[in-house]
Design a protein around this ligand. Structure first.
Ligand SMILES: *Cc1c(COP(=O)(O)O)cnc(C)c1O
Length: 350
């Protein structure tokens, strides 16, 4: 881990990519970027947070341009796009990710489409290959938020995307001790990488070396964590489907999920995120979240520990998200312990 804000002059020559000052580059970032880039299949840039990465991507839209976004994306993405629209910087077209025809018809005249699949927290599945091909045919830039799937389960660049965005705060780091973002660009788009790099430098949207180092350490167990957490999520989704307090289980791995067949072909696994809607009120959902002991009642996701949250407790969450929806991030604990804790909380609250 290289902790420095400046480099001795002998390290510096004014060539692109050379280091001189800590905002321009850091060898620990580079190590992380090389690793994530290898997983996603293109050059990667690390940012100070997932939102710094999303912001850099939105900044690619020219003044007065149009961006197509999911109608219920990660709430920060919706908020930032909404603020840019309110300021007259760009126009936002919200679309339902699972309705491919609607997404494709919104691409005409757009400059950028941000895709999320599965979506946070509705777990909708987008037909990435079809939408990306349609966007490319219209000269629309494509960015896929791959935070939920991780590059182990889904590689959007291989489906033709120009960019992949990560909140590396989540699975890539995996231990809830880091804020970090990543943008990976397609191999054939070095100009995008250069623009994003320039944005990061001049906006100071840089990660700390300690964060990059922690993410590198987390990456070493990414495959094990994703495998175990996904297996836990699949088993919990199955059992939750039979619980009388649960009205709906949203998990692409369930055969009844509308995106199940698509996810089977598009993904290598269904991931460790799932959402449930209760046969009950927002208050009852809050009670469930408050009644768990092993599951941590908190925002964020993708850690080794299981966590849950009623998403509508955040004012910024989409109104398309049901009031009683609880988003679950399955961790790597023993699945029987997870079920015992979750089912007692559901039994007690509803
Ligand atoms: C958390 C999250 C983000 C934002 O990342 P931060 O690291 O919190 O800034 C973006 N997209 C998705 C899907 C997320 O879950």
């Amino acid at each position: 881990m290289v902790l420095t804000s400046t480099y001795t002059a002998s390290d510096f020559s004014p060539q692109p990519g050379d280091l001189g000052y800590g905002r321009w580059g850091n060898p620990t970032w580079t190590a992380l970027e090389d690793a994530v880039g290898a997983l996603e299949g293109g050059p990667a840039l690390a940012f100070g947070s997932g939102m710094a990465a999303v912001s850099a991507v939105l900044n690619l839209v020219p003044l007065g341009g149009t961006v197509v976004v999911p109608d219920a994306p990660y709430s920060g993405t919706a908020q930032l796009a909404g603020e840019l629209a309110a300021a007259g910087r760009l126009t936002v077209r919200p679309v339902p990710m699972a309705d491919t025809d609607v997404v494709v018809s919104a691409l005409d005249g757009a400059d950028l489409v941000i895709l999320e699949s599965p979506t946070n927290p509705l777990m909708d599945v987008a037909d990435l290959a079809t939408i990306i091909a349609a966007a490319r045919a219209r000269n629309v830039l494509t960015a896929v938020d791959n935070t939920f799937a991780t590059p182990l389960l889904q590689q959007p660049l291989s489906l033709g995307a120009h960019m992949v965005v990560h909140s590396a705060t989540k699975y890539l780091s995996g231990h809830s001790d880091v804020l970090l973002g990543i943008v990976v660009t397609a191999q054939e788009s070095p100009e995008l990488e250069q623009r994003l790099h320039g944005h990061r430098t001049i906006n100071g949207a840089v990660p700390g070396p300690m964060e990059a180092w922690l993410a590198l350490r987390g990456l070493r167990t990414l495959a094990l964590r994703v495998e175990r957490a996904s297996a836990n999520a699949a088993e919990l989704a199955r059992r939750l489907g039979d619980h009388p307090a649960v009205a709906t289980v949203r998990y692409p791995g369930r055969p009844g999920h509308p995106g199940h067949e698509l996810a089977r072909t598009q993904m290598r696994g269904f991931g460790a995120m799932l959402s449930i809607e209760l046969n009950g009120s927002a208050e009852q959902a809050e009670k469930v979240c408050a009644a768990t002991r092993l599951w941590i009642h908190t925002t964020s996701l993708g850690g080794v520990e299981s966590s849950l949250e009623r998403r509508r407790r955040h004012g910024g969450e989409s109104k398309l998200v049901p009031e009683s929806l609880i988003r679950l991030s399955a961790g790597i604990e023993d699945v029987e312990d997870l079920w015992a804790d979750l089912s007692q909380a559901l039994d007690a609250a509803v």
